[in-house]
Design a protein around this ligand. Structure first.
Ligand SMILES: [Zn+2]
Length: 333
């Protein structure tokens, strides 16, 4: 029961109903994202469940996850360890957070935020709809935060969603988790005397992605338009596309200066040089796979050619395996 102690009674009830299932499937997974192998094995069983097993597992892991705080520049910090990376700007006007992490990390996130400053949470920006960036929305909203997101994020959180590659079906988020302030193109806002620029990329990792530029500190939170040091996940089911990921990389590279600090959706805090290497890898892999597809190769034949071989040592150790990445790119070329 240790894993359940931080959950609400409703969440605990949902988990308990799946205990037998979890007992046979949850052994190997410790990360917020399961390995693709584990996910594929769970497809059929997760079908009729209210929430995908990947979400259930992420909540169990996040209940005991260690949250690391990294101070960046201009009073901006990043919390790493619960779902996507969370940026924090404190101040007398209240704290502004970018992304919400997994709900069951509330105790650790609350503690980490209190160590930064005593300011209450005033605002939360969601970079996109995925649960590892929005699962904490409900408690953060209940704590008093306005939730800002692109209108497509609100639309996807309000209605059932599917991520086909995992055969994962997501029910609508609770009303209290929905963004309360949305925009349709790009936006900017001011808090604690600082300007934040919100830029929408569509399509990219999904059709809901935005980046958030802390203009004064010159720090860019890219959301999941950048995975630092790993092949990115591209969610075609909710509007993502490899070409949009490449365009988002180009746009992210054009923001700020050569010394812009970059907070990726996943992976360590990075810089323009690293983002540039990611961009070049995406372009090269895309061209290679497009060429194979043009020759008439099937997706399985393309996988068998190992078109990412020269990149796998550097990029292939993340949540997205080389094979999965080839399949994702193939789908879009
Ligand atoms: Zn995502």
């Amino acid at each position: 029961m240790k894993d359940f102690e931080n959950l609400s009674s409703l969440q605990a009830a949902r988990l308990l109903s799946r205990r037998r299932f979890l007992a046979t499937t949850a052994t190997a997974a410790t990360a917020a994202w399961l390995t693709p192998r584990a996910l594929f094995a769970q497809q059929a069983q997760s079908q009729e469940q209210a929430e995908p097993i990947m979400v259930v597992q992420a909540r169990i892991d996040a209940a005991t996850a260690k949250i690391t705080t990294q101070k960046l520049r201009g009073n901006v910090s990043v919390l790493i360890g619960s779902g996507g990376n969370i940026a924090v700007l404190p101040g007398p006007g209240g704290k502004l957070l970018v992304d919400a992490g997994i709900s069951t990390s509330k105790p650790q996130i609350t503690k980490a935020l209190a160590a930064i400053s005593p300011d209450p949470i005033e605002g939360l920006i969601n970079t996109h709809w995925h649960y590892d960036h929005t699962d904490g929305n409900e408690w953060i909203h209940a704590a008093g935060a306005t939730i800002v997101a692109h209108e497509k994020t609100r639309r996807r959180l309000s209605t059932p969603q599917e991520i086909a590659i995992f055969n994962a079906h997501f029910p609508p988020a609770p009303a209290g988790a929905l963004p309360t302030k949305t925009f349709t193109t790009d936006d900017s806002l001011k808090i604690n005397g600082k300007t934040l620029i919100l830029t929408h990329y569509d399509p990219a990792h999904t059709d809901t992605d935005i980046s958030v530029h802390f203009a004064d500190a010159d720090i860019l939170h890219t959301g999941d338009t950048w995975f630092n040091g790993a092949y990115p996940f591209i969610d075609y089911s909710t509007g993502g596309h490899i070409d949009g990921m490449i365009r988002a990389s180009v746009s992210n590279l054009a923001v700020g200066t050569d010394s812009t600090i970059l907070i990726p959706g996943h992976g360590p805090v990075g810089n323009k040089q690293q983002l540039s290497e990611s961009h070049d890898m995406l372009v090269a892999v895309r061209e290679k796979i497009a060429g194979l597809k043009k020759q008439g190769k099937s997706v399985d034949e393309t996988v068998a050619e190992k078109p990412t071989a020269q990149y796998d040592a550097k990029w292939g150790k993340g949540f997205v395996t080389p094979e999965m990445f080839v399949r994702l790119v193939y789908q879009g070329v």
